[in-house]
Design a binder for this molecule. Sequence first.
Ligand SMILES: [Fe+2]
Ligand SMILES: [Fe+2]
Length: 198
Amino acid sequence: MQSNQREIYIESIKQRLSPERFRHCMGVEKAAIQLAKRYDVDLEKASTAALLHDYAKELPKQQLLLLARKYNIVVDDIIQTSLGLLHGPVASWLVKEKFKITDVQILDAIKNHTVGAKRMSKLEKIIYLADLIEETREFSGINTIREAAMNNLNEAMRMALTCEVVYTMQHCRAVHPNSIDAYNDLVTSQKEKENEAI
Ligand SMILES: [Fe+2]
Ligand SMILES: [Fe+2]
């Protein structure tokens, strides 16, 4: 990426987000670039998606809802009770318009970083994971996921999704079906590979 483009993204998120969230985004970029190098993914795409993934995170919930209507984003029953989940899909539309980003991989990685999705690309998995394990995050079990992320992308994703789904359940919140789809996708494709090897 032209370094001035990256600087424009950084300046924009610095203006929009709290200092803590800004530091989080810079941490996500660092982790995403590390993973992109490890898994041979375009570094510029990783950097852009990471810097912009929380672009809509601090918008009021009612504004997220208005923007979701504007962009025809599906607001299902679960999202209705947890409007914050819209910050991924809304961000992908906002950055598409504001920065004229047309790369579908970048836009999907931003869109799906909140709950995951079926058949995620390597870039989507990298942004999902980097969001969870970047250096300012701290939770029990994080180091196991950090280690796994550098060894096996799919295994780390399985662990990360398990962690998020369990956390959501423990807090009596509804689990979005996209997270279950993403999890099942990883587990079934792993089983298929094992069966092929027999
Ligand atoms: Fe987010
Ligand atoms: Fe984030």
